[in-house]
Design a protein around this ligand. Structure first.
Ligand code: HEM
Length: 154
C-alpha cells in the first residue's frame, strides 16, 4: 500500500491541513464558550445560558464534528501511504502523533459531554479547572507539529 495515493499525496496533505486548522479552531473555541456559559449559569442569567447552548451546538455541528472526521480520514490515508500498515521503519513519530491525536479526540468528546452537562444546568468543574483544561489543545498542537515537522528518530 506504500505510495497508493501517488501524485494525489500533496493534495490529500493540503486537505488534511485545511481541516486540521478548522478542527483546532473549533477546539480552541468550544472550551472558551464553556467558560462563558458556566459564568452565565453562575450569574443566573438563563437567556445568556440559552444563547451559549445554541452557539455550542452550531460550533459542534458545523465545524467540530465534520472537521474531526475529515482530519482522521485524510490523515489515515496519508499514514497508510507512508507505510503505517506495512511495518515501514522510522515511523515512531507517527505512532506518537496518533496517540496524541487519539487523546485529543477523547478531549473533544469530553468537552462536548461537558457542554451537555452545562445545557442541563449541572456544571461539575470549577471555573479555574475549566480554564486550565482550555490549554490542552495548545499543548497537543505544539507536540504534534514538532513530531510531524522534525520527525524525531526518523
Ligand atoms: C487525526 C489523525 C491524524 C492522522 C492519522 C495524521 C497523519 C498524518 C500524516 C501521515 C501526515 C504526513 C506526514 C508526511 O508526509 O511526512 C500528516 C501531515 C501533517 N499533519 Fe497530520 N494527522 C492527524 C491529525 C493531525 C493533527 C490534529 C494535526 C495538528 C494539530 C496534524 C498536523 C499535521 C501537519 C502540520 C502535517 C504536515 C507535515 C508535513 O509538512 O509533511 N495532523 N498527518
Amino acid at each position: 500500500m506504500i505510495g497508493w495515493l501517488g501524485a494525489a499525496y500533496d493534495w490529500v496533505k493540503a486537505a488534511h491541513l485545511i481541516f486540521v486548522i478548522f478542527w483546532m479552531a473549533g477546539l480552541f473555541m468550544l472550551p472558551r464558550y464553556l467558560v462563558y456559559h458556566q459564568e452565565a449559569l453562575a450569574a443566573g442569567s438563563d437567556a445568556e445560558a440559552r444563547t451559549w447552548i445554541d452557539r455550542e451546538g452550531k460550533l459542534r455541528r458545523i465545524i467540530l464534528t465534520p472537521a474531526m472526521i475529515a482530519v482522521w480520514a485524510l490523515g489515515l490515508a496519508l499514514a497508510v501511504n507512508i507505510g503505517l500498515l506495512d511495518g515501514a521503519g522510522g515511523l515512531g513519530w507517527l505512532h506518537l502523533k496518533l496517540l496524541i491525536v487519539f487523546l485529543l479526540s477523547g478531549y473533544h468528546g469530553w468537552m462536548v459531554g461537558y457542554a451537555r452537562k452545562l445545557a442541563a444546568g449541572r456544571p461539575t468543574l470549577s471555573g479555574k479547572r475549566l480554564r486550565l483544561l482550555n490549554e490542552v489543545p495548545a499543548f497537543a498542537t505544539i507536540a504534534i507539529v514538532i513530531l510531524v515537522i522534525v520527525k524525531p528518530g526518523a
